[in-house]
Design a binder for this molecule. Structure first.
Ligand SMILES: Nc1ncnc2c1ncn2[C@@H]1O[C@H](COP(=O)(O)OP(=O)(O)OP(=O)(O)O)[C@@H](O)[C@H]1O
Ligand SMILES: [Mg+2]
Length: 708
């Protein structure tokens, strides 16, 4: 309900009288926001900036930082400029303020010109009505807008510049945004306007970097404890769970109809996991930068209004989103640093009610992340301060070490925390024996699976993987490409689907993006051509098959390299797997086929060397004369009723003497490019197809071979 604003208080004059100042400020807080009193260091921050002093305010996520600049805007005539990194975040706050009857606006490229013009007119008028003006750092960097700010300042109207999410200025931070760097000019241009930097980033090196970069002058530094007592911390070990998807479903269901966020490393995992949750009756949606902006807003709105219960997202989601009743934040893949983990898990329980942070930890995930971090370390410039493998070690210790989780989080931010204060609000304190057993089991299981006695804090520096899959891994890339800038200030390239003519897809796109674009283009085609038969719509197109093969190939290449498997030719194996999906689901239709491909990709991501050798036994290659080592591997695809004739024909068609000689070494062992050789099952399948064509031609059917 809108309230008429309280007459503007000139608290500035009474700020020396702390008691009087406080009373007036509390009155504003109660009237406009309905809160009984200030929390933590809010009042100190407000009084500092009102008195004209710079302030650096560190409060945990959900601590109530916004009030620190919203109340000053109501306490003094004039304007408070708020710099915010995300359009969604600005929109949210402005909407909430307007609902409270507070004159707030934001300026962004997404607004209609007439809306922007109206705001500019108001700013240029003798007595602007706007009290809080939200802008992006990009806008501040423009000459025109800076000129406007100077004019406002000259007219005595610019009271405060608040830099929200101020850690974005530091490349040490987990959310570095190059555009924030431009804010370092503010001090020169508007020297005497007080600045308020706000962040929940706990890392001391980021804090110092923020103060230096913004040239804060003798700032009042306010730090609150980073402890979030209402969050229960817990780690689940993927290597000890039969099926992490099922485990997660059960977990969500066991909590009732809660609102949750699930973070995944890859967009495909978001899509896949969300699909899976939905199929079990949990209302969920995926959210990542690969979605069209309209769809993203719908997903966000649905989740904010609790129409959707669970949002499955990449790290592109969540900064500054003020949904109070998030009861669980789950990391389905290990986060890249303790800082990211703290920020993301901190989105639970903003209403201070009991909530949960659950981290699904897997040794494979850890290796993947180590690889990405090492790769990025190798690439980065000497001045770059991206999270490193040593930052990551903190999160590994959080998962792989015994002892209070809460203590580990807080100590990694330099905060001392006596274990007794945890009061059994983490799994390690509540069920110490169970956690100890899990860790012991993890050591044995993982060392067995990964053929290594070193499980803890190891690294896999020489692994190669498809980095393109993790385009949101660095929330904001230094070079700005692939950043979720697109999530904040501009529309993304997904709209290209609209103009998609045939398979004209940019080479820059990853396979998954291409697949999604093709799917959408296809959907659009069918939408426009409703007369097209349903069966046709359901048919699996060659393009889809090709993209699926490529998707499998990418994952296979990554997994084979990660596990050091050389005996499997990824090309043959991907074709084999795709063929398997096609064979099983071509009749059932596209969605079944697509979901089978997705689940195969998922399986590849968790498969061990032995799993791969077993399932892909028919495409395992050995060097000429080399025998498979150890016991013979069982085949998951038993080939029955195969005649010697078939084997001979297979050999003859490939012009070799013995079938075993077909099986050549992996490309890494042999520099010679060999002609493409179909796998045996593929060959059998082709023959099967030939037979069936012959049958339909009215010829006598040949003996049918059965591949299960
Ligand atoms: N003094 C207060 N008393 C009660 N509730 C408050 C008070 N101050 C803020 N809140 C509430 O706390 C919640 C979090 O506030 P806010 O969004 O400002 O947090 P934040 O510190 O900016 O978090 P983030 O780091 O996630 O952006 C909001 O719902 C807000 O209404
Ligand atoms: Mg905030």
């Amino acid at each position: 309900m809108k309230k008429s604003p309280l007459p503007v208080q000139n608290v500035h004059r009474s700020d020396k009288n702390v008691g009087g100042g406080k009373e007036a400020l509390v009155k504003l807080l109660r009237w406009h926001f309905g809160h009984a009193d200030f929390r933590g260091k809010q009042l100190e921050a407000i009084q500092a900036v009102i008195s004209g002093r710079d302030c650096f305010c560190l409060m945990p996520t959900g601590g109530g930082k916004s009030i620190c600049y919203q109340i000053p805007a109501l306490a003094k005539p004039g304007i408070v400029l708020v710099v915010s990194p995300l359009i969604a975040l600005m929109e949210n706050q402005v909407m909430a303020l307007k609902e409270k009857g507070i004159a707030a606006e934001y300026l962004s490229s997404t607004q209609a010109t007439h809306v922007r013009n109206k705001i500019h007119e108001d700013l240029d008028s003798g007595k602007p009505s706007v009290r809080l003006l939200y802008v992006t750092p990009e806008l501040i960097a423009t000459k025109g807008f800076m000129l406007k700010l100077r004019k406002l300042h000259d007219r005595g109207l610019l009271n405060l510049i608040a830099i929200d999410e101020a850690h974005c200025i530091s490349s040490w931070g987990h959310d570095f945004r190059p555009s924030y760097r431009q804010l370092s000019n503010l001090r020169d241009s508007l020297a005497d306007v007080p600045m308020l930097a706000l962040t929940a980033t706990a890392a001391p090196k980021v804090q110092k970097d923020v103060i230096d970069s913004l040239s804060l002058r003798n700032p009042l530094v306010l730090k609150s404890s980073f402890n979030r007592p209402n969050i229960f911390y817990e780690v689940r070990y993927k290597d000890l769970i039969d099926n992490a998807y099922t485990d997660l479903c059960n977990l969500i269901k066991s909590c009732g109809n809660i609102c949750a966020i699930i973070y995944c490393l890859e967009r495909t995992t978001c899509d896949d996991l969300s699909l899976h949750l939905s199929s079990t009756g949990i209302s969920s949606a995926a959210y990542h930068a690969g979605l069209q902006s309209k769809l993203r807003s719908t997903v966000l709105d649905d989740w904010l209004s609790s129409k959707k219960q669970v949002i499955v997202a990449t790290v592109a989601f969540g900064m500054g989103i003020d949904k109070k009743d998030v009861r669980m934040v789950c990391h389905f893949n290990v986060p890249k640093s303790m800082e990211s983990f703290y920020q993301e898990s901190g989105r639970a329980g903003r209403d201070q009610l009991p909530s949960r942070s659950v981290l699904y930890y897997g040794v494979d995930d850890r290796k993947k992340m180590e690889f990405l971090l090492r790769n990025s370390e190798n690439k980065k410039s000497p001045s770059s301060k991206k999270p490193t493998t040593s930052d990551f070690d903190q999160i590994v210790r959080y998962c792989e070490g015994s002892g209070c989780r809460r203590k580990k989080i807080l100590e990694s931010f330099g905060e001392e925390f006596p274990v007794q204060q945890c009061k059994k609000t983490c799994d390690a304190c509540k069920h110490p024996n169970q956690v100890a057993r899990c860790l012991e089991e993890l050591t044995t299981t993982a060392s067995r699976r990964h053929n290594s006695s070193r499980v803890f804090i190891t690294s896999s520096s020489d692994n190669k993987t498809n980095e393109g899959q993790y385009s949101e891994f660095w929330n904001r890339n230094e070079d700005g490409s692939n950043s979720d800038e697109e999530i904040s200030d501009s529309d993304d390239g997904a709209d290209a689907v609209e103009s998609l003519a045939g398979p004209k897809l940019s080479k820059k796109l990853g396979v998954d993006e291409k697949l999604v674009l093709l799917e959408r283009a296809e959907e659009k085609y069918y939408e426009r051509n409703k007369q097209v038969k349903k069966s046709e719509k359901n048919a699996i197109s060659e393009t889809l098959r090709e993209s699926s093969k490529q998707r499998l190939l990418n994952e296979l290449t990554r997994v084979l390299q990660l596990l050091g498997v050389e005996e499997i030719d990824s090309q043959n194996a991907s074709e084999f797997l795709e063929n398997e999906c096609f064979r099983k689901y071509s009749k059932a239709g596209k969605s079944f086929y697509y979901s089978q491909i997705a689940s195969t990709v998922r399986w590849l991501g968790t498969a061990s060397r032995d799993d791969l050798m077993i399932r892909l036994s028919s495409v395992v290659s050995y060097a000429r004369g080399e025998e498979p080592s150890g016991e013979s591997l069982p085949m998951t695809e038993p080939v029955e009723n195969i005649e010697q004739e078939d084997i001979n024909t297979y050999a003859t068609e490939l012009q070799v003497d013995e079938p075993t000689q077909l099986l050549v070494t992996s490309p890494s062992r042999s520099p010679i490019r060999l002609p493409e050789i179909p796998s045996f099952s593929e060959f059998v399948n082709r023959r099967k197809m030939k037979h069936s064509t012959q049958c339909s031609d009215g010829k006598k059917p040949a003996k049918i071979m059965k591949l299960q």
